[in-house]
Write a protein that binds this ligand. Sequence first.
Ligand code: NAP
Length: 241
Amino acid sequence: MPSVLMTGANRGLGFGLVKLYAVEGWRVFACCRDPNKAKGLNELAAKSSGKVTVHAVDIENHASIDALALQIKGQPIDVLLNVAGYYGPKIVSEPGGLQKFGESDYADWSRIYKINVMGHMKMCEALIENVAASQHKKIVNISSIVGSIGTIGHGYGGNMYGYRASKAALNAITRGMAEDMKARGIIVVAMHPGWVRTDMGGPGADIDTDTSVKGMKKVIDGLKADDIDKFMTHDGSTLPW
Ligand SMILES: NC(=O)c1ccc[n+]([C@@H]2O[C@H](COP(=O)([O-])OP(=O)(O)OC[C@H]3O[C@@H](n4cnc5c(N)ncnc54)[C@H](OP(=O)(O)O)[C@@H]3O)[C@@H](O)[C@H]2O)c1
């Protein structure tokens, strides 16, 4: 039975991915910050005959990532899906939520980086032996189109400085890890999930969670070694870095 581990598993895209992989018969390690508050996830795990387990991980807290690594030491992870992400304390439509030039709050920047960049990197470093011990050997870091420097000036760009910079940094470290992991046969990619109707994406976003997660899983299932230089999206298209 193939296995997947995802962060941010209690809501939004992470929970959508848990449900999809579980339905398709995968072993799912579902990680979230506070399992006591993850009602839907706990219900799903309880009905899964042990195929879905819930693990407490706050990716800002590296000790909690080390504890997870210890807990699942020796267990293969076919797909490591780093989904957890943080836009900032305000939603886009609130005053200050667009993170415009002149409005930077550097304490927020720091937190955004801790989660979206260092959190993903630490997850990869802590769990690399689990991925190396698996058959599929894939790592997918959920990024965003706003991290694409090549789209700036082509309909996208401006604003969202802290979040945008974090996703561009995530793309850079993902591309770097992909090169470093080549020799071990591990495929590492960054993926844009589409603009999705979650708490982060908001109600006006383009697509629903189902469309995004089904698309992403199809792309992940088909990943090949030479895909590492592509910044992929949920529908199989690519974006400029
Ligand atoms: N939705 C979109 O349109 C869109 C577009 C592009 C990229 N993305 C990316 O897709 C990913 C998922 O986004 P989403 O739309 O599902 O967002 P969401 O609904 O806001 O969910 C965010 C998830 O990240 C978790 N999280 C936040 N900080 C964490 C931390 N320190 N440790 C562990 N988990 C943490 C949250 O857990 P709690 O419940 O505990 O807060 C929650 O599960 C993110 O990386 C986001 O940047 C989303």
